[in-house]
Design a binder for this molecule. Structure first.
Ligand code: ADP
Ligand code: MG
Length: 359
């Protein structure tokens, strides 16, 4: 097992003329045995960071340490990491038995009996022991993904690195596999860095979540921390589904005035002291329909989701989403008003987008 310390990591691609900064000023300590999830939009540097940790990419500057030992200049096979990719990368002509046993046949002096018995254990762990003699093309997507996992597990590595390993599976299987993967990781206790672009997946799986944007680390924290206390507007907007409502308000004393007649008087004026405008955020579940609320909204559509409804509408040109009780169904085109508690309000600096107030 391993703890991983990443210091001032920077990775650029291309030459000086057309340089792409994929990861910049990246500092992170991954704890021994933890399940850490990297999340962020496409192109934000998740894969590059993971490949740098794996040793598949030379870093431009910075250091990576495993258990206090500098591995920055070590190759992938000297780092004792196992990677699982989105596209499984199974050998099509080999059976499941051969595919899973392959890393051991390649790297150790174990006898084929020893390797076979280890393959048996791993396939039992993954519930695929009946598939040993099948070839990849005879397997479903979920089964192929389990074989790919098996090939990583069999090496008994210090670190698992997983790059969107579930994104080729359908929604239902993906959610089953999430739970299985988490249980497996807990059972094996292997330090795991897992990449996804799906914030729901990140929230569901990670001990801690690393939010990335534009090659820059935005925040590291538990699901609850990044949800309740985002460091900036990007994190607030990226984490949570449906997304937080965000708009600009003008500050006058303790009063916030916004688009479409939004008006709210803060109890705590110090939150906005010295500012002439702020960015306001309110999560859909924190809005409640009210006779004389602060936030007017013209209803576009109400979506029924079983035990709750989502109301989508407009406050002037700002999109508003609210979670409302399932009995209530305001008619489309009508104007409703929402209230909220001050403690649920998020406020961000209008220029830097840094959080001024979170939950
Ligand atoms: P993510 O996995 O979050 O989608 P990546 O790490 O793949 O993001 O990419 C980060 C940035 O680096 C993107 O702008 C991407 O185009 C660029 N990039 C990644 N790999 C290469 C490469 N081999 N050559 C040039 N640019 C690359
Ligand atoms: Mg990627």
């Amino acid at each position: 097992m391993a703890k991983i310390d990443i210091t001032n990591l920077r990775k650029t691609f291309g030459d000086d003329g057309e340089q792409i900064v994929a990861v910049d000023d990246f500092n992170l300590n991954i704890r021994d045995g933890e399940f850490l999830v990297f999340v962020g939009p496409s192109g934000c540097g998740k894969t590059t960071t993971l490949r740098c940790i794996a040793g598949l990419e030379d870093v431009t500057s910075g250091t990576i340490e495993f258990n206090g030992t500098d591995v920055t200049d070590k190759r992938a096979r000297e780092r004792d990491v196992a990677m699982v990719f989105q596209n499984y990368a199974l050998y099509p002509h080999m059976t499941v038995r051969k595919n899973i046993g392959f890393p051991l046949r390649l790297s150790t002096k174990q006898t084929s009996e020893e390797i076979d018995s280890r393959v048996q254990n791993v396939t039992e762990l993954l519930g695929i022991e009946d598939l040993l003699e099948k070839k990849p093309k005879e397997l479903s997507g979920g089964q192929q993904q389990r074989v790919a996992l098996g090939r990583a597990i069999i090496r008994d590595p210090e670190v698992f690195l997983m790059d969107e390993p579930l994104s080729n599976l359908d929604a239902k299987l993906r959610s089953t596999m999430r739970t299985e993967l988490q249980e497996l990781q807990q059972e094996l206790g292997v330090t795991t860095a897992y990449v996804t672009h799906d914030q729901t997946e990140a929230m569901a799986m990670g001990d801690r979540i690393v939010v990335l944007n534009g090659g820059v680390l935005q925040q590291v924290g538990t699901a609850s921390e990044v949800y309740r206390s985002p460091t900036n507007e990007f994190v607030a907007g990226f984490i949570g589904s449906p997304s937080i409502n965000l708009f600009t308000a003008v500050v006058d004393g303790n009063t916030l005035t916004g688009p479409g007649g939004f008006s709210y008087t803060l109890e705590d004026e110090s939150l906005v002291a010295g500012r002439d405008h702020v960015r306001v955020g309110i999560r859909p579940e924190d809005l409640t329909l009210s006779e004389s609320g602060s936030l007017p909204c013209e209803v576009t559509v109400v979506e029924q989701m079983g035990n709750e409804n989502f109301l989508y509408g407009k406050m002037d040109d700002i999109d508003i989403t609210a979670r409302i009780e399932s009995e209530i169904r305001p008619s489309e085109g009508s104007v409703v008003e929402f209230g909220f508690a001050e403690e649920d309000l998020y406020l961000f600096d209008a220029e830097t987008t840094e959080a001024l107030k979170t939950k």
